[in-house]
Design a protein around this ligand. Structure first.
Ligand SMILES: [Zn+2]
Length: 349
């Protein structure tokens, strides 16, 4: 199956009332882990690469691996997404490679660190939307600023510094025409999200619910949504790691989000922890081993297990065969003739 439009994946998820995990990749084993999980759970899936990943793996290696995944798994709808594009040029280069979706994170300036103004964000995102939609490519925007830093991207600080204002979210969606919108509700990138189990005072689920009510057709995205489970932290620490105690976003909170318009859920940290724990275990228990396959295989298996579990928890499991992919050229026509418009923003009474 060719790579699928992320918009189609998310529209189907909205119809079915489930969320779709978007898992970050940097190498072959991570892509294989995701595909093994998708196959086992019969899940449509979003695979995403950050700018750091594209640099680490080199664009062509990474993109060819994704194409191989699509070819080897004809029954699984896969969307390939640029995570946190920092500029029009970054998004354009992903589209040229063949990515079926891009995130234009205009909430930060091009340096990926400094918060931008609302007008700057609208302007650059609108430009990406025009370019992408003409080519049938999906666009995710971001309004508000997430906490933390990942892959050198992020404003740092707490997730509570720049919570999305629902009025601004509506204006942003209206003026940019994005398909999906990442909102800041208190989550952060990286492993150190919360110093205690998060509750209503840290995760602003009421803001999310308010935004979904006003933007029923715009798919909401939760970033920084690893759950950072204690058992994965414990494995890393048991075998020589040194992670401080930390809490992620509880799966129940993500599920509450999914019931309220969240269709894309970004998960990276949990997979990193699973891989590192598995490798550390092999190194600690069998220090005589030196064939990379001896630790890459259990690492891949450990990541697969986490991904499969999230696919079940987010509800995407079992939905791979629900629909046939629409060709990207047809999607482009849908944007042009207005049938894929996310406007009007507010549902008719
Ligand atoms: Zn993110």
């Amino acid at each position: 199956m060719p790579l699928v439009s992320m918009r189609q994946l998310l529209d189907e998820a909205a119809k079915g009332g489930y969320g779709v995990g978007a898992f970050n990749v940097n190498d072959m084993e991570q892509i294989q882990a995701i595909m093994m999980a998708a196959k086992e759970t019969k899940s449509p899936v979003i695979v995403q690469a950050s700018r750091g990943a594209r640099q680490f793996a080199e664009d062509l290696y990474l993109f060819r691996l994704i194409q191989a995944a699509a070819e080897l798994n004809p029954d699984i709808p896969i969307a390939m997404h640029q995570d946190h594009g920092n500029s029009f040029e970054t998004c354009k280069s992903a589209i040229t490679l063949g990515y079926t979706s891009v995130m234009m994170d205009g909430s930060l300036k091009e340096d990926g660190k400094t918060p931008s103004s609302f007008e700057e964000n609208v302007e650059v995102t609108r430009r990406v939307v025009d370019y992408a939609h003409e080519r049938g490519v999906t666009v995710e925007g971001e309004i508000g600023v997430l906490g933390g830093v990942e892959d050198g991207h992020g404003a740092g600080g707490s997730g509570l510094d720049h919570i999305t204002d629902p009025d601004q979210a509506v204006e942003f969606a209206e003026r940019t025409g994005v398909d999906a919108l990442a909102i800041a509700i208190g989550t952060s990138h990286g492993a150190y999200k919360f110093t205690k189990k998060p509750d209503g005072s840290v995760l602003k689920m009421d803001v999310l619910i308010a935004i979904h009510k006003r933007l029923p057709k715009t798919h909401l995205v939760m970033h920084g949504s690893s759950s950072v489970p204690k058992d994965l932290q414990d494995i890393v620490n048991k075998y020589g790691g040194n992670l401080k105690e930390t809490w992620g976003v509880p799966v129940e909170e993500i599920q509450l989000g999914i019931r309220n318009g969240v269709r894309k859920v970004n998960v990276d940290t949990d997979n990193r922890l699973a891989i590192t724990g598995a490798i550390r275990k092999v190194f600690a228990e069998t220090p005589e081993k030196f064939d990379p396959r001896d630790y890459m295989k259990p690492a891949r298996e450990a990541m697969k297990k986490v991904v499969a579990q999230r696919m079940v928890e987010f509800g995407q499991a079992g939905h791979a065969g629900d629909y046939s992919p629409i060709a990207i050229a047809e999607i482009a026509k849908g944007y042009k003739d207005g049938s894929l418009s996310t406007q009007p923003l507010v549902a008719a009474k």
